[in-house]
Design a protein around this ligand. Structure first.
Ligand code: PEP
Ligand code: MN
Length: 343
């Protein structure tokens, strides 16, 4: 980082700062200009910028050079991360678009789950999604089937060969969910649940981290960093829309610019969820297509055999034929996608 001292900083201010930086493990180089003194502080990749330095006497500005999300940053890892799953499916880099599809929640009727799993598999999806532990805004809404739901997902995997991605709501359930799932989902409401992030970082199933409802991209990347610093490098980031002031026509504001913004700075795969991102069925296909072209590595889409009877989020859920039609269009669009080397 660079520390710019005020024009009126005293020699003592400069020396104190220099000493403090060296005590923190930095190597320092002092550049004395006619007006300003600038201190270049060179640390190793684990040295953290102490914010308190900006309050020291005589300091004008501190300019960090390295990204605070060191493991997630492209500076330390220039190539795209490609997550590989047991059955050869890949997510990230130039791998085929990885589509995760299925109902919002796993419901009582196993046949309905099997129907949707067969339908999305036939259309080219590689993951079955579905919540067994549901983070619902109201405590009166369906909260999910818990382990029973996980068993149904595993049964659908058995039958179709699809991989399973499902949400873990609580750090105490990580082992349980990891026993059934191929990828653990951290929901938007838990993006900054640091205990949960640590827990999924300490196990070895890949993690799909959804962007928090009001998270900046930097906070999103730092949440991924929490998982990675615990030893799990297989994290994918899912843009699912953020809160804004206009709630009239969409459930959230789907930030598609976040896809290239993240891919320019971070090597992890990016997934877009146009279902939660928009909250409306008619917006899912347009946003899925746009997400594909702007470079998403994967998509998460809610699909149900009978969306009007779905136990949750039916209004934003596609029918199986609508999903199949969308997949054909996505296939044609994939070759136009922006790749990270173009950013
Ligand atoms: C979900 O994907 O099931 C879900 C609850 O999404 P989010 O965490 O993005 O709201
Ligand atoms: Mn949902």
């Amino acid at each position: 980082m660079i520390i710019v001292m005020e024009p009126n900083a005293t020699e003592e201010n400069i020396q104190t700062m220099d000493r403090l930086l060296q005590e923190q493990g930095y190597q320092t180089i002092l550049n004395r200009g006619d007006v300003l003194t600038v201190i270049a502080a060179i640390g190793d990749k684990n040295t953290v910028v102490p914010k308190s330095l900006s309050a020291m006497p005589g300091v004008k500005e501190i300019v960090p050079i390295q990204d605070p999300y060191k493991r997630a940053s492209r500076i330390t890892h220039p190539e795209d991360t490609v997550i590989e799953f047991q059955n050869g499916v890949k997510l990230g880099g130039n791998s085929p678009l990885c589509v995760m599809a299925g109902p919002c929640s796993v419901e009582e009727d196993i046949e309905s789950l099997l129907i949707v799993a067969r339908g999305v598999k036939e259309a080219g999806a590689t993951f079955l999604r579905g919540g067994a532990f549901k983070p619902r805004t109201s405590p009166y809404d369906f909260q999910g089937l818990g382990e029973e739901g996980l068993k149904r997902l595993a049964q659908a995997r058995e039958e179709t060969g699809l991989l399973v991605v499902t949400e873990v709501l609580d750090s105490q359930d990580v082992d349980l969910v990891a026993r059934y799932a191929d990828m653990l989902q951290i929901g938007a409401r838990n993006m900054q649940n640091y205990k949960l992030l640590n827990a999924v970082g300490q196990q070895n199933k890949p993690v799909l981290l959804k962007r928090g409802l009001s998270a900046t991209i930097k906070e999103f990347l730092l949440a991924a960093e929490y998982i990675m610093v615990q030893g799990n490098p297989n994290v994918a980031l899912c843009e699912r829309g953020i809160r804004s002031f206009d709630t009239g026509f969409t459930r959230n504001v789907l930030d598609l610019a976040a896809v290239p913004v993240i891919q320019k700075r971070c090597h992890l795969p990016v997934v877009v969820d146009p279902s939660h991102g928009t909250g409306h069925r008619y917006l899912v296909a347009p946003m899925a297509k746009a997400a594909t072209v702007c470079g998403a590595n994967g998509l998460m889409i809610e699909v149900h055999p009978d969306p009007d009877r779905a136990w949750s989020d039916g209004q934003q859920t596609l029918t199986i034929p609508a999903f199949q039609a969308l997949m054909t269009e996505l296939d044609a669009l994939y070759k136009f996608r922006v790749t990270s080397d173009q950013l």
